[in-house]
Design a protein around this ligand. Sequence first.
Ligand code: SAM
Length: 301
Amino acid sequence: MENTYHIPVLLTESVDHLVHNPDGIYLDLTFGGGGHSKYLLSKLSEKGRLFSFDKDRHALENTIDDQRFTLIHHNFRYAKQFVTYSVGFEIDGILADLGISSYQINENDRGFAHRMDGPFDMRMDIDAKKSAADIINDYTEAELLRIFRSYGEIKNAFKLTTSIINTRRNIPIKTVEDFKTAINNCIPKSESARYLSQVFQALRIEVNQELKDLEILLADAPEILKPGGRISVISYHSLEDRLVKNFLQTGNTEGQLVKDFFGNSITPFSSEFKKPIVPGEKEITNNPRSRSAKLRIGIKK
Ligand SMILES: C[S@@+](CC[C@H](N)C(=O)[O-])C[C@H]1O[C@@H](n2cnc3c(N)ncnc32)[C@H](O)[C@@H]1O
């Protein structure tokens, strides 16, 4: 099942460094096709427990029949509440493999891919209120500019926003094709695929509040992990990776080092690795979607 739904990225690297206590309690916050969860379960003893989250209802169909395992249909931004009220004590490890699954990209009724027409949706949680079309049709010019500049680093963000506003004055933008037609005059001919990927990424981040979820998770992680507990995060673009890197190095997403009275830096995590772990050539050849992945691992002090 997992190979058609999603090929797990940096599977052994992310899990082997995470599981240091086979009897422990672990969270996989991004279940997807369950590839990481299955491998993580193989590392646990009979006493170990794994709780996995996914906010996409479709992912629940991949559940694993194992008495040590529980799948939760929820946003991982509520992981702390879950650990506090349902587990009751600190846990041993957290895994997060951020972003979307291949299944989500390949479904043409989800609107994630610019190569496939369909409703301009982009919600990972299909019960969430706002779709990409809602944002494109309802947000103000200033809000759209903010999204394209901050989440997509789009150079001609002003021209892009103006084209959207001019089109939606006459007809609502409902499908991927409607959107591409509306912005056609902004797409550089020499690098259209790259440009569209950046624009779609920016909208996807806004629709799913991806950076907000990650910030909440990072801020809560030191509170729910035991001393010696680990966090393993795989990210796929620089905005996410910057937040993870800063937090693991300094304890805040701005990356500002805080020092105590004696000049020692106060950080909740240490790491065995100075640099992120990235996929090797073999993995990238077998699974080109892994090429932008970066894995960072922190150990709670
Ligand atoms: C890259 S895929 C994970 C793939 C998985 N590791 C596997 O081996 O199949 C990311 C998954 O996380 C889910 N997801 C992303 N953000 C989430 C959030 N804030 N809360 C819960 N699930 C989330 C997505 O719906 C998607 O299924």
